[in-house]
Design a protein around this ligand. Structure first.
Ligand code: D41
Length: 691
């Protein structure tokens, strides 16, 4: 992805340092990485290799000479009493990965190859932020990030907001006790946080942003200066080790193994991953690696690998550490969940129900254990927010069961002539109008009856028991009829004959006859069933009935203006617009005509006498919190009763509906002498035929 080395090794080293420096700053200081970790690691390893080959070019300020992050200025620094070590990583995902580690441990302990296996503890490697929790006299007195391992940041106030972290230890705990672990964010909490952030941004809040992954969300939340904000971010914690502890001689605990230590921490209220196991020898470690690898996608949090630790604390001591990495532990990585790739194109897919989804077509890339060639951009707003363009270099993420997605674009790699993506206003499958309704995120195709993408759904809906009802025409059969191109649109159903049906797989003559009989029977239907069967968005059974009794005839419904539709009880602006758009599509009208020509009939009636809706012509403003209705519910019900709901109070406002904590709108109403009512009065209006 990156420029090949040009010029001398010294030039390349300088270029790599500059690039890495920039990423380090974005990652550790801003919690906003610009490239995936895997890409950073590649650059880092290239620099390491070059420096190893040219030791004279190593300088103390090289990123390779510094571990971990630089503290933000605003947090107080904390010098760790016992340094927080880092952990050697094994990137070999084959069985050799565990064999090498086990062989090294055995060799350093002077164990023969044929001796009994070494016992390990196998843990999950959470993708979070390492912290040290210090308890003095069994009270949490300080929490600090790992920082560079020597000095971290004091984040006590934020850590105290994590409910999973005990603030107090039981009386058997020693006088000084430091517990180490990872603060992380579960995927559902991450999704919910980003959703809230998006809402805030949509409401114009300044300085709000979404997070690219749970790790950054956790890091950003812990290194958040306002503990009140940290408190709203659901963070989780799990313990993996200890720092300073009161020595045994002074009444400290007696632990012989790491596993025992974890069990004790668990009994004191610290979360310890349930998957933690002891394992003997390389083969059992590998079995653990593979078992967790299979489970990885279904875990509700991200892990980037597993960690193996020698279980016996005596052996750990004997093994010691080299340059801040214990010899008794190793992190065994899983395939990365984020990778760089390029966008070959942006397609728009149409779902079974007509939903349009923009999808980035990608140069194939191996992410999270699978080759990914497509990533969803979700909807128009998301595509705009991320501003993904054809030709862009992007970070692709595949974590958990979720479908791959584009996390962000590398703006510095954008081609100068790259065009901004716009959502098509027409369905790419059938050409019908694609519309996005007020308050909705998605565009939808309005060609429900003839759009190839929606064929199966449209037919199933029409044939439903509560619609036109074609007995025996279910999922499987529709699938078969459409896939064999025997049925394209609804009228094709009525052209089926015995020989066509009998030619289908698994179709006995008896079932073919039954289907033909059911089709014949379905021709005699009712207007509400037929209208419901058309599958017009927002037109359910009740609305179909209301339309039928209001207009009496299908042609009247098809030709009704939005205003006329609004007169129907329970029809609000969104439903009216949806009905109008449906019948504006020439193809939809054609399908209706063809169905009639095939002999589908119903009894038509006279239009109902016009009864004005209770709130026709009245404008409302809602303010404050109502006791039982949500604001949206109140709006829907006022509109369904013929009224309008405005956002601000003016002389044209008829009523202000005020709940608790009503603010400036209430004051404005009083100033303009507009009638103020409460929810009870509103409900009475809605129930009465006139106001
Ligand atoms: O889950 C983890 N991320 C994790 C991190 C773990 N399960 N165990 C760890 N063990 C250690 C040693 C062996 C040094 C006690 C670690 C880390 N260290 C660690 N996390 C961040 C830097 C080092």
């Amino acid at each position: 992805m990156f420029r090949r080395p040009s010029g001398s090794p010294a030039d390349r080293i300088a270029a790599l340092r500059k690039e890495l420096q920039r990423h380090v700053h974005r990652y550790y200081v801003l919690d906003e990485p610009s490239i995936p970790d895997s890409e950073y690691d590649k650059l880092f390893r290239e620099l390491q290799a070059l420096e190893a080959a040219h030791p004279d070019l190593v300088t103390p300020d090289s990123p390779t000479q510094r571990v971990g992050g630089k503290p933000l200025d605003q947090f107080a620094s904390v010098r760790h009493k016992v340094p927080m070590l880092s952990i050697r990583t094994e990137t070999d995902t084959e069985a050799t990965g565990t064999k090498n580690f086990d062989a090294r441990v055995r060799k350093e302990l002077g164990l023969s190859e044929s001796g009994p296996p070494v016992e390990y503890v196998a843990e999950l490697k959470f993708d979070g932020l390492a912290v040290n929790l210090r308890y003095e006299d069994r009270v949490l007195v300080q929490a600090a990030t790992r920082g560079d391992g020597e000095v971290g940041e004091d984040v006590t106030q934020n850590i105290r907001t994590i409910r999973q972290i005990p603030l107090q230890l039981p009386k058997e705990a020693p006088a000084v006790m430091e517990v180490r672990g990872e603060v992380y964010m579960r995927r559902p909490d991450f999704e919910a946080l980003n959703e809230r952030q998006r809402e805030k941004m949509a409401q114009g809040a300044k300085g709000e942003k979404t997070f690219v992954n749970p790790r950054n969300a956790a890091a950003g939340s812990i290194r958040q200066l306002d503990p009140a904000i940290a408190a709203q971010r659901h963070l989780s914690f799990f313990a993996y080790g200890v720092g300073e502890i009161t020595p045994q001689a002074e009444g400290g605990p007696v632990f012989e193994t790491h596993f025992e230590l974890l069990q004790t921490l668990k009994s004191w209220g610290f979360p310890v991953a349930a998957q933690t196991r002891t394992a003997k020898g390389a083969a059992e470690l590998m079995a653990f690696y593979q078992a967790i690898g299979r489970k990885r996608d279904s875990l509700p949090y991200d892990i980037d690998g597993v960690v193996y630790k020698v279980n016996s604390l005596a052996l750990q001591k004997k093994l010691g550490f080299v340059t801040r990495e214990p010899r008794w532990a190793v992190a065994h990585k899983f395939p990365a969940q984020e990778q760089l790739t390029t966008v070959l194109g942006i397609d728009v897919q149409v779902g079974r129900t007509g939903k349009l989804t923009p999808v980035a077509r990608l140069a194939p890339v191996f992410v999270g254990g699978v080759t990914v060639t497509n990533a969803t951009l979700h909807n128009e707003d998301e595509a705009r927010r991320k501003d993904v363009r054809v030709g862009d270099t992007v970070i692709v993420r595949r974590a958990g069961d979720v479908i791959p997605e584009v996390v962000s674009v590398l703006p510095e790699k954008r081609l100068p002539d790259a065009l901004q993506f716009t959502m098509p206003r027409q369905c790419p499958v059938c050409g019908a109008a694609a519309v996005r309704e007020e308050g909705e995120a998605d565009y939808r195709c309005t060609g429900g009856l003839f759009c190839a993408a929606q064929r199966k759904e449209a037919i199933l809906h029409y044939a439903h028991r509560r619609a036109v009802e074609i007995e025996g025409l279910g999922d499987k059969l529709v699938e078969q009829l459409v896939d064999a191109s025997v049925v394209r649109t609804l009228p094709d159903l009525y052209k089926l004959d015995l020989s066509t049906l009998a030619s289908l797989d698994r179709m006995a003559e008896k079932s073919a006859n039954n289907l033909l009989e059911a089709l014949e029977k379905s021709k005699q239907t009712t207007l509400p069933r037929f209208v419901f069967g058309l599958g017009i968005r927002h037109v359910g059974e009740a609305t179909a009935k209301a339309l039928a009794s209001h207009f009496g005839k299908l042609d009247a419904i098809m030709d009704a203006t939005e205003e006329q539709l609004l007169e129907v009880s329970d029809v609000g602006p969104i439903v009216a617009k949806s009905i109008r758009t449906f019948f504006e599509q020439a193809h939809n009208r054609e399908v209706v005509e063809q169905l009639r020509a095939c002999g589908v009939t119903w009894e038509e009636g006279e239009p109902a006498k016009r009864v004005p809706k209770p709130l026709t012509g009245k404008t409302f403003v809602i303010t404050g919190t109502l006791p039982s209705l949500s604001r949206d519910e109140a709006k829907d019900r006022i509109e369904a009763a013929g009224g309008k709901v405005a956002g601000s109070v003016s002389r044209k406002t008829d009523y202000v509906v005020a709940g608790t904590e009503a603010g400036s709108k209430l004051a404005k109403a009083q100033e303009l002498d507009v009638k103020v009512i409460d929810e009870a009065v509103l409900l009475a209006f809605l129930a009465s035929p006139n106001d």
